[in-house]
Design a protein around this ligand. Structure first.
Ligand SMILES: *Cc1c(COP(=O)(O)O)cnc(C)c1O
Length: 369
C-alpha cells in the first residue's frame, strides 16, 4: 500500500454506498423522466427540508446559483454586491455575470471571513446585496450580517457551497437571508459526480422565477418569457445527491473528528495558525486550512513525504488577472497576506485517522518539533 496521503478519494467515498447509489440511479433511469425528473424533485424536497427552508431549486452549478439568484432578486446593472476579498474567486465572476458590480472588503484577520463592520462601511445607495461566503465550512456571522441587511434594506445572500452540514446558532446555514446558493461540485462536502448547484429559499415567488430562469426562460413547454440560460440540475446527479444527503451528517461528524485530531496534534507547533470555531458556529470543515509564514517550504516538504496539500486561495480576488480591471488601485492587506500564508491539509470523511496522524508527524518534523 502506498504511503501517500490524498486530499480526498472519490473511489473511497463511493465504495461503501455503491449499493444505494446503484439503486437510486436505476430507479431514475426507469422512471423514464431524464430532464427535471422525479429524482430531481425528490432531492429538492429533501434538500429544502434538511436546511429548514420551503424550497430548493436545482441548477447546473454553484456559480449559476449565485448569478441567477442575484438576477431574480433584481440585482442588475448599476447595483453593487458586497463580498469578501479572500474568497473563491468564481464568486466574483458570478456577481459580474449577473450584471452587478462586485465590491470587496478585506477579510477578518482571525476568521478570514466577511467582517460585518467593514461590510457596513462599504454600503452605498447602489448596494443591493451582501454575499456572505461560508468559507472553508465556517459560517459567516449570520446574526450581525442579518441585522445589518435588514437595517440597511439590502438582501443577505449566503454562499453555502463549502458549508454543507454547517450550523449557526444550532440551525443549518442557508436560511438566514433572502436565499442561499450552493454547489455540488464533486469536491464539496455534498458533491455530485459532476457539476451541480442549488438555490435554497423560503420565498416561493423567487423559487418560481428561478424555475423559469434555469430553463431557458420557459413557461411551460413552448413559451419563452425571458432570455435565460439552460442550467438545470441533472436528474442523475440529483439521484446520486439524494443518497449522499442521507449520509451528510455522519460525514460531517467524521470531518469534525478528524479536525479535532489535527487541532490536538498541531497546537503550538511552529508559527502555525489553526482554524477557529466561533461559539455560535458548527464548522463543517470542508477545508482544514492552516497559516504559516513558511507556507511554500512546508508545502514542498509535505509533497516530498507524499502528503498532498491545497491552496485556498493563493490569489486574492482583486489580484486575479482576469478580474483586475474591476478592482484597480485597491489593496486588502489581510486578504493579500492570507493568499501568501494559507495551506490546506488533507481532510475528508473517507480519510483514516492514521493518515491524519501521518500528516501531523510530517508537519511537526518540518518545524523541528
Ligand atoms: C465551489 C464554489 C462555488 C462555485 O461552485 P461551482 O459549482 O463550481 O460553480 C461558489 N462558491 C464557493 C464558495 C465555492 O466553494
Amino acid at each position: 500500500m502506498s504511503n501517500a496521503v490524498p486530499t480526498k478519494s472519490y473511489a473511497r467515498q463511493y465504495r461503501p454506498i455503491w449499493g444505494e447509489i446503484r439503486l437510486a440511479v436505476e430507479r431514475a433511469f426507469f422512471e423514464d423522466d431524464p430532464v427535471l425528473g422525479g429524482a430531481l424533485e425528490r432531492f429538492e424536497r429533501a434538500l429544502a427540508a434538511y436546511h429548514g427552508v420551503r424550497t430548493a431549486v436545482g441548477v447546473g452549478s454553484g456559480t449559476d446559483a449565485i448569478a441567477l439568484t442575484l438576477r431574480e432578486l433584481g440585482v442588475h446593472e448599476g447595483c453593487e454586491v458586497v463580498t469578501c476579498a479572500h474568497t473563491f474567486s468564481g464568486v466574483i465572476s458570478a456577481i459580474h455575470l449577473a450584471g452587478a458590480r462586485p465590491v470587496l472588503v478585506d477579510a477578518d484577520p482571525e476568521t478570514a471571513l466577511l467582517p460585518p463592520a467593514a461590510v457596513e462601511a462599504a454600503i452605498t445607495p447602489c448596494t443591493r446585496a451582501i454575499l456572505a461566503v461560508h468559507l472553508y465550512g465556517h459560517p459567516a456571522d449570520l446574526t450581525a450580517l442579518g441585522d445589518l441587511a435588514r437595517r440597511r434594506g439590502v438582501h443577505l445572500i449566503e454562499d453555502a457551497a463549502q458549508a454543507h452540514g454547517a450550523c449557526w446558532q444550532g440551525r443549518p446555514v442557508g436560511s438566514a437571508g433572502a436565499a442561499a446558493a450552493t454547489s455540488f461540485h464533486p469536491s464539496k462536502n455534498l458533491g455530485a459526480f459532476g457539476d451541480g448547484g442549488a438555490v435554497l429559499t423560503s420565498d416561493e415567488s423567487l423559487a418560481a422565477r428561478l424555475r423559469v430562469a434555469r430553463n431557458l426562460g420557459k413557461n411551460g413547454k413552448y413559451e419563452i418569457v425571458r432570455i435565460s440560460p439552460n442550467t438545470k440540475l441533472d436528474t442523475l446527479q440529483a439521484a446520486i445527491l439524494e443518497v449522499k444527503l442521507r449520509h451528510l451528517d455522519a460525514w460531517v461528524a467524521r470531518r469534525r473528528e478528524l479536525a479535532r485530531v489535527y487541532l490536538d496534534g498541531l497546537r503550538g507547533v511552529g508559527d502555525l495558525v489553526l482554524p477557529v470555531e466561533r461559539p455560535e458556529a458548527r464548522h463543517a470543515y470542508h477545508l482544514f486550512v492552516v497559516r504559516t509564514g513558511r507556507r511554500d517550504a512546508l508545502r514542498e516538504h509535505l509533497a516530498h513525504c507524499g502528503v498532498n496539500t491545497g491552496l485556498h486561495y493563493p490569489i486574492a480576488a482583486h489580484r486575479q488577472p482576469g478580474l483586475a480591471e474591476l478592482f484597480r488601485g485597491v489593496s486588502f492587506p489581510v486578504a493579500e497576506r492570507l493568499a501568501e500564508t494559507v495551506l490546506t491539509l488533507p481532510l475528508s470523511h473517507e480519510l483514516e485517522t492514521g493518515e491524519i496522524a501521518r500528516v501531523i508527524d510530517r508537519v511537526r518534523a518540518f518545524f523541528g518539533d
